[in-house]
Design a protein around this ligand. Structure first.
Ligand SMILES: Cc1cc2nc3c(=O)[nH]c(=O)nc-3n(C[C@H](O)[C@H](O)[C@H](O)COP(=O)(O)O)c2cc1C
Length: 182
């Protein structure tokens, strides 16, 4: 038995729940692993999809990786709990915005509450009818090719349909769970 937060009674109140005796150890290991993962610095992207204004989606993602040149592919990973994972349907169009240092607030906005993400956000629409952020360093237009569930995340493999450089600026970088730039 361990103490765990009770979401119904609010923060700071605790209820007793039964968990596997191995779990506290796994959690400590996971925390240590996360802190080692955080030593790998990455760029930051916002992945957008939806072609209808009422159903636009965007999410801050640093798990982006280029995958193949022939055919031109990349991948990113979304947590299986991500509310919009199901909107990435096979063959559906999406955009990847490579963020500049000046887009730090946008990065936080698109990692925050769903309702506020598009409120007062400046965007354009690209050829595939999906929104993108014109202040970004670069844009990749693509469509979903494959989804592979692995552990608590899903790998989304995409086929690139168009790409462009947008601005020459300093990049936004993520290292040790904090924003940096070069
Ligand atoms: C710098 C940064 C990088 C992130 N990268 C990812 C990522 O690669 N995959 C992911 O699922 N969530 C990532 N997140 C968390 C999401 O942006 C988002 O907050 C979370 O998935 C909740 O989204 P939802 O409300 O759409 O479910 C990242 C957040 C930050 C701040």
């Amino acid at each position: 038995m361990v103490d765990a937060p009770d979401s119904k009674s609010g923060e700071g109140n605790f209820v007793r729940v039964r968990v596997s005796p191995a779990l506290p150890q796994i959690n400590k290991k996971m925390k240590n692993l996360t802190s080692v993962f955080s030593l790998f610095s990455t760029g930051i992207t916002i992945v957008t999809n939806g072609t209808n204004k009422k159903k636009f989606f965007g999410c801050t993602v640093n798990s982006f990786s280029s995958l193949s040149l022939n055919p031109p592919q990349f991948l990113f990973c979304l947590g299986n709990e991500n509310l919009n994972l199901k909107t990435f349907k096979l063959n559906s169009p999406l955009n990847v915005n490579f963020l500049a240092k000046s887009q730090l607030k946008l990065s936080n906005k698109f990692a925050g509450s769903l309702e506020n993400r598009w409120k007062d956000t400046k965007y354009n629409i690209s050829r595939n009818k999906v929104p993108y952020f014109p202040e970004s360093l670069g844009l990749i237009e693509a469509k979903v090719e494959k989804k592979i569930k692995s552990g608590d995340h899903t790998i989304i493999i995409c086929l690139i349909t168009n790409f462009m450089k947008l601005n020459i600026k300093k990049p936004l970088i993520y290292f040790k769970s904090k924003y940096h730039s070069i």
